[in-house]
Design a protein around this ligand. Structure first.
Ligand code: PMP
Length: 360
């Protein structure tokens, strides 16, 4: 078996012990004589899998009791619509920070339902920045403020949640969820697609404060209606059972690795080493201001983009895969989620230095 270092932005690398456990349980989960994929979601076995996954996630993030944790479908893209549908209530507008392409998609979707006040624009300068909060045009009457905690394509991350007073804070954490501890009590709603940092595609975790469950529009589809899904334990429809099970194994793996503090330290080390290598060279460049650099997605360009194809070919031969940047920005991108070992980042740094020596 030859596993590679997979730097994909998502679907992305999963922890090997999780894949091994899933493989060993594939044909017969815990003596049931069937795989998790073949079980009724309402049976005792799957209900225990679902409950354990939720308990582990609550423990990892120290989710307060007044929050519901939902396991839904439709990805973060469905939440782009579900957020305004669930949260607008009697308000007549919503606040959004625009820090890049995923923010823009969320804004475009919200505009289908209400008027959107863009509080500030970031990610459009060189180097890329996010304007300081003092410059944001926040509306105290907004139904909520939405921001994308980590722009996966450009690698722009807001490391601290904005201060919004009583306005509920909503965050798309798709590509940073579980990368380090966060204070859930600062948020009204947190959502994240699983396929980057905690599981296979098909599952979206939504963490929502209880007092925000009562304001959904009657047009909200039931499957994305937070209150109805909370009342149904996220089983108003058949959930993404296998993705939920794998996510539960990833949560257990995170606990065994020392939880989110240990994970955060490891992620800091990985990102610091990679950015330092990029900054020390004139051959590579990261276009993001240091204070908003992502810990999870590290884009970089080569001084001579004629070498891009060769870089990718040689990297793949060295066992370093899926380093091509998003088609909208070009260049390279190394996604270094929790399951990317430190040795993978070191192998990438060594390869980059070697490639520079030969072509610089
Ligand atoms: N938000 C962010 C920050 C993302 O990275 C992505 C996926 N790349 C999405 C939203 C969209 O997620 P999905 O494809 O699961 O709907």
């Amino acid at each position: 078996m030859a596993r590679v270092y997979n730097f994909s932005a998502g679907p992305a690398v999963l922890p090997e012990p999780v894949l091994e456990q899933a493989a060993s349980e594939m044909l017969d989960w815990h003596g049931t004589g069937m795989s998790v994929m073949e079980m009724s979601h309402r049976g005792k076995s799957f209900v225990s899998i679902a409950e354990q996954a939720e308990a582990a996630l609550r423990e990892l993030l120290a989710v307060p009791d007044n929050y519901k944790v939902l396991f839904l479908q439709g990805g973060a893209t469905a939440q782009f619509a579900a957020v305004p549908l669930n949260l607008l209530g009697d308000a007549s507008s919503v606040d959004y920070l625009n820090s890049g392409s995923w923010s823009k998609k969320a804004i475009a979707e919200a505009k289908n339902y209400t008027s959107v006040n863009v509080v500030a624009e970031g990610g459009n300068t060189d180097p890329m920045t996010i304007p300081p909060q003092a410059e944001w045009a926040l509306d105290p009457n907004a139904a909520y403020l939405h921001y994308c905690a980590n722009e996966t394509i450009t690698g722009v991350e807001l490391h601290e949640p904005p201060q919004v007073g009583d306005v509920p804070l909503v965050s798309d954490m798709s590509s940073t969820f579980l990368s380090r501890p966060i204070d859930v009590s600062r948020y009204g709603v947190i959502y994240a697609g699983a396929q980057k940092n905690f599981g296979p595609a098909g599952l979206t975790v939504v963490i929502v404060r209880d007092d925000l469950l009562d304001r959904a529009s009657h047009q909200t589809p039931s499957v994305w209606h937070n209150q109805r899904q909370a009342e149904a334990d996220s089983m108003l429809n058949t959930p993404a059972t296998y993705s939920w099970y794998i996510a539960g194994l990833v949560f257990q793996w995170l606990q065994a690795e020392g939880g989110l503090s240990a994970m955060g330290e490891r992620n800091q080390r990985k990102a610091a080493r990679l950015y330092a290598a990029i900054d020390a060279s004139d051959f590579y460049r990261n276009p993001v201001a240091p204070e908003v650099r992502s810990l999870m997605n590290v884009p970089f360009v080569l001084a001579d983009d004629q070498l891009d194809g060769q870089f990718l070919d040689e990297a793949a031969k060295a066992g370093l895969h899926t380093l091509k940047g998003h088609r909208s920005v070009g260049g390279m991108r190394a996604s270094i989620y929790n399951a990317m070992p430190e040795a993978g980042v070191d192998a990438l740094i060594d390869f980059m230095a070697d490639f520079e020596r030969r072509h610089g």
